[in-house]
Design a protein around this ligand. Structure first.
Ligand code: B16
Ligand code: MG
Length: 218
Protein backbone atom coordinates (compact mmCIF):
# COMPACT_ATOMS: atom_id res chain seq x y z
CA UNK A 1 0.00 0.00 0.00
CA UNK A 2 1.39 3.39 -1.00
CA UNK A 3 1.55 5.61 2.08
CA UNK A 4 3.94 8.32 0.88
CA UNK A 5 5.22 10.04 -2.24
CA UNK A 6 8.90 11.02 -2.49
CA UNK A 7 9.38 13.84 -4.97
CA UNK A 8 12.57 14.61 -6.79
CA UNK A 9 12.98 18.40 -6.76
CA UNK A 10 14.84 19.72 -9.79
CA UNK A 11 12.75 19.07 -12.93
CA UNK A 12 9.79 17.57 -11.02
CA UNK A 13 8.60 20.33 -8.68
CA UNK A 14 10.73 23.30 -9.78
CA UNK A 15 12.30 24.58 -13.00
CA UNK A 16 15.82 24.71 -11.52
CA UNK A 17 16.99 22.32 -14.27
CA UNK A 18 17.32 25.35 -16.54
CA UNK A 19 19.35 27.25 -13.93
CA UNK A 20 21.75 24.28 -13.65
CA UNK A 21 22.17 24.43 -17.43
CA UNK A 22 22.80 28.22 -17.44
CA UNK A 23 25.36 27.98 -14.61
CA UNK A 24 27.29 25.05 -16.16
CA UNK A 25 27.15 26.77 -19.57
CA UNK A 26 28.72 29.94 -18.15
CA UNK A 27 31.53 27.96 -16.51
CA UNK A 28 32.12 25.80 -19.60
CA UNK A 29 32.20 28.83 -21.93
CA UNK A 30 34.75 30.54 -19.66
CA UNK A 31 36.93 27.41 -19.83
CA UNK A 32 36.40 26.95 -23.59
CA UNK A 33 34.80 23.53 -23.07
CA UNK A 34 32.00 22.57 -25.51
CA UNK A 35 28.70 22.12 -23.63
CA UNK A 36 25.13 21.96 -24.89
CA UNK A 37 21.64 20.91 -23.82
CA UNK A 38 22.22 17.37 -25.04
CA UNK A 39 25.19 16.92 -22.68
CA UNK A 40 23.12 18.67 -19.99
CA UNK A 41 20.52 15.85 -20.16
CA UNK A 42 23.17 13.50 -18.73
CA UNK A 43 23.62 15.75 -15.67
CA UNK A 44 20.03 15.37 -14.43
CA UNK A 45 19.88 13.81 -11.00
CA UNK A 46 23.64 13.20 -10.70
CA UNK A 47 25.85 14.98 -8.17
CA UNK A 48 27.76 18.22 -8.79
CA UNK A 49 31.21 16.54 -9.02
CA UNK A 50 29.90 13.73 -11.25
CA UNK A 51 28.28 16.37 -13.48
CA UNK A 52 31.62 18.16 -13.75
CA UNK A 53 33.37 14.91 -14.77
CA UNK A 54 30.82 14.46 -17.59
CA UNK A 55 31.45 18.05 -18.80
CA UNK A 56 35.23 17.58 -18.64
CA UNK A 57 35.00 14.60 -21.06
CA UNK A 58 35.04 17.30 -23.79
CA UNK A 59 37.93 19.27 -22.29
CA UNK A 60 41.21 19.44 -24.22
CA UNK A 61 43.36 19.40 -21.09
CA UNK A 62 43.36 17.50 -17.81
CA UNK A 63 42.36 19.32 -14.60
CA UNK A 64 43.89 18.71 -11.17
CA UNK A 65 41.62 17.82 -8.21
CA UNK A 66 42.07 21.37 -6.86
CA UNK A 67 41.10 22.89 -10.20
CA UNK A 68 38.04 20.61 -10.38
CA UNK A 69 36.95 21.69 -6.92
CA UNK A 70 37.30 25.34 -8.00
CA UNK A 71 35.30 24.78 -11.19
CA UNK A 72 32.50 23.08 -9.25
CA UNK A 73 32.48 25.92 -6.69
CA UNK A 74 32.41 28.53 -9.44
CA UNK A 75 29.46 26.80 -11.14
CA UNK A 76 27.67 26.59 -7.80
CA UNK A 77 28.16 30.32 -7.16
CA UNK A 78 26.52 31.08 -10.54
CA UNK A 79 23.73 28.62 -9.71
CA UNK A 80 23.13 30.05 -6.22
CA UNK A 81 22.86 33.56 -7.71
CA UNK A 82 20.12 32.24 -10.02
CA UNK A 83 18.18 30.32 -7.39
CA UNK A 84 18.28 33.30 -5.03
CA UNK A 85 15.90 34.93 -7.48
CA UNK A 86 13.45 32.01 -7.58
CA UNK A 87 9.82 32.65 -6.70
CA UNK A 88 6.70 30.49 -6.67
CA UNK A 89 6.60 31.05 -10.45
CA UNK A 90 9.40 28.50 -10.67
CA UNK A 91 7.03 25.71 -9.57
CA UNK A 92 6.26 23.33 -12.44
CA UNK A 93 2.71 22.77 -13.79
CA UNK A 94 0.63 20.56 -11.49
CA UNK A 95 3.27 20.42 -8.74
CA UNK A 96 1.38 22.29 -6.02
CA UNK A 97 -2.04 20.81 -6.89
CA UNK A 98 -0.62 17.28 -6.79
CA UNK A 99 1.04 17.75 -3.39
CA UNK A 100 -2.12 19.31 -1.92
CA UNK A 101 -4.36 16.52 -3.33
CA UNK A 102 -2.06 13.88 -1.81
CA UNK A 103 -1.98 15.58 1.59
CA UNK A 104 -5.79 15.93 1.50
CA UNK A 105 -6.17 12.15 1.14
CA UNK A 106 -3.67 11.43 3.92
CA UNK A 107 -0.69 10.49 1.75
CA UNK A 108 2.59 11.67 3.30
CA UNK A 109 5.13 13.64 1.27
CA UNK A 110 8.92 13.89 1.20
CA UNK A 111 11.75 15.18 -0.97
CA UNK A 112 14.49 12.95 -2.43
CA UNK A 113 16.96 15.22 -4.25
CA UNK A 114 20.65 14.93 -5.14
CA UNK A 115 21.03 18.69 -4.68
CA UNK A 116 22.93 20.25 -1.79
CA UNK A 117 20.88 23.38 -2.53
CA UNK A 118 17.54 21.62 -1.93
CA UNK A 119 16.81 23.32 1.44
CA UNK A 120 17.42 26.78 -0.10
CA UNK A 121 15.20 25.99 -3.11
CA UNK A 122 12.37 24.74 -0.87
CA UNK A 123 12.61 27.91 1.26
CA UNK A 124 12.88 30.23 -1.70
CA UNK A 125 9.79 28.81 -3.44
CA UNK A 126 7.80 28.68 -0.17
CA UNK A 127 6.99 24.95 -0.32
CA UNK A 128 9.22 23.62 2.51
CA UNK A 129 6.30 23.18 4.93
CA UNK A 130 4.50 20.78 2.52
CA UNK A 131 7.10 18.03 3.07
CA UNK A 132 7.43 15.98 6.21
CA UNK A 133 10.96 14.81 5.38
CA UNK A 134 13.79 16.06 3.17
CA UNK A 135 16.58 13.76 1.98
CA UNK A 136 19.11 15.64 -0.15
CA UNK A 137 22.69 15.83 -1.42
CA UNK A 138 23.97 17.01 1.98
CA UNK A 139 23.03 13.74 3.67
CA UNK A 140 24.13 11.05 1.21
CA UNK A 141 27.37 9.41 0.07
CA UNK A 142 26.13 8.00 -3.23
CA UNK A 143 24.17 10.00 -5.75
CA UNK A 144 21.38 8.61 -8.01
CA UNK A 145 21.26 6.03 -9.67
CA UNK A 146 22.23 4.70 -6.23
CA UNK A 147 19.00 4.31 -4.22
CA UNK A 148 20.50 5.89 -1.06
CA UNK A 149 18.59 9.20 -1.17
CA UNK A 150 15.19 7.50 -1.58
CA UNK A 151 15.91 4.87 1.07
CA UNK A 152 16.94 7.70 3.41
CA UNK A 153 13.65 9.53 2.73
CA UNK A 154 11.69 6.31 3.48
CA UNK A 155 13.62 5.79 6.71
CA UNK A 156 12.99 9.41 7.77
CA UNK A 157 9.27 8.68 7.25
CA UNK A 158 9.75 5.33 9.02
CA UNK A 159 8.06 3.52 6.13
CA UNK A 160 9.06 0.42 4.14
CA UNK A 161 10.45 1.26 0.68
CA UNK A 162 7.59 -0.49 -1.13
CA UNK A 163 5.09 1.87 0.54
CA UNK A 164 6.73 4.95 -1.03
CA UNK A 165 6.21 6.07 -4.63
CA UNK A 166 8.97 8.08 -6.31
CA UNK A 167 8.38 10.88 -8.85
CA UNK A 168 11.40 11.47 -11.13
CA UNK A 169 12.44 13.35 -14.28
CA UNK A 170 15.90 11.78 -14.70
CA UNK A 171 17.07 8.39 -15.95
CA UNK A 172 19.42 8.17 -12.92
CA UNK A 173 16.46 8.92 -10.63
CA UNK A 174 14.08 6.37 -12.18
CA UNK A 175 16.80 3.72 -11.87
CA UNK A 176 17.43 4.79 -8.23
CA UNK A 177 13.72 4.53 -7.37
CA UNK A 178 13.41 1.09 -9.00
CA UNK A 179 16.57 -0.10 -7.18
CA UNK A 180 15.07 1.11 -3.92
CA UNK A 181 12.10 -1.19 -4.62
CA UNK A 182 9.67 1.72 -4.94
CA UNK A 183 6.98 2.26 -7.58
CA UNK A 184 8.06 5.12 -9.89
CA UNK A 185 6.18 7.84 -11.77
CA UNK A 186 8.41 9.12 -14.61
CA UNK A 187 7.76 12.65 -15.87
CA UNK A 188 9.22 14.93 -18.54
CA UNK A 189 11.92 13.60 -20.84
CA UNK A 190 11.94 10.17 -19.16
CA UNK A 191 8.16 9.58 -19.48
CA UNK A 192 7.76 6.04 -20.82
CA UNK A 193 10.95 4.83 -19.11
CA UNK A 194 10.93 0.99 -19.09
CA UNK A 195 11.53 0.87 -15.31
CA UNK A 196 8.66 3.26 -14.51
CA UNK A 197 5.28 2.03 -13.27
CA UNK A 198 3.51 5.03 -14.76
CA UNK A 199 4.41 8.08 -16.82
CA UNK A 200 3.16 11.56 -17.64
CA UNK A 201 4.55 14.60 -19.50
CA UNK A 202 4.03 16.76 -16.36
CA UNK A 203 2.29 16.43 -12.99
CA UNK A 204 -0.57 18.47 -14.49
CA UNK A 205 -1.29 15.61 -16.92
CA UNK A 206 -1.98 12.92 -14.32
CA UNK A 207 -4.27 12.57 -11.30
CA UNK A 208 -1.67 10.94 -9.05
CA UNK A 209 -3.98 10.94 -6.01
CA UNK A 210 -6.63 8.96 -7.97
CA UNK A 211 -3.97 6.54 -9.31
CA UNK A 212 -2.76 5.84 -5.76
CA UNK A 213 -6.34 5.38 -4.53
CA UNK A 214 -6.86 2.69 -7.23
CA UNK A 215 -3.47 1.08 -6.55
CA UNK A 216 -4.24 0.83 -2.84
CA UNK A 217 -7.64 -0.80 -3.53
CA UNK A 218 -6.07 -3.69 -5.50
P1 B16 B 1 23.76 20.74 -6.49
P2 B16 B 1 17.52 16.55 -8.26
C1 B16 B 1 20.00 17.33 -8.95
O1 B16 B 1 18.75 17.62 -8.36
C2 B16 B 1 20.07 17.93 -10.34
O2 B16 B 1 19.13 17.30 -11.21
C3 B16 B 1 21.46 17.74 -10.92
O3 B16 B 1 21.53 18.36 -12.20
C4 B16 B 1 22.48 18.37 -9.95
O4 B16 B 1 23.81 18.16 -10.45
C5 B16 B 1 22.33 17.74 -8.58
O5 B16 B 1 21.00 17.92 -8.11
C6 B16 B 1 23.29 18.35 -7.57
O6 B16 B 1 22.92 19.69 -7.37
O7 B16 B 1 24.93 21.17 -7.31
O8 B16 B 1 22.77 21.87 -6.23
O9 B16 B 1 24.15 20.05 -5.22
O10 B16 B 1 17.01 16.36 -9.66
O11 B16 B 1 18.06 15.27 -7.65
O12 B16 B 1 16.53 17.27 -7.36
MG1 MG C 1 15.41 15.91 -11.15
Amino acid sequence: MIQAVIFDLDGVLVTTDDSHYEAWKQMADEEGIPFDRQINQRLRGVSRMESLEIILEKSERPYTQDEKRNLAERKNSYYVALINQLTRDALLPGALDTVHALLDMGIRTAIGSSSKNAPAILRQTGIARLFEAVADGNQIKHSKPDPEVFLLAASLLQLPAADCLVVEDADAGVVAGARAGMPVLAVGAVAGHPLADLSAPTLADIDLAAWIRDYNRK
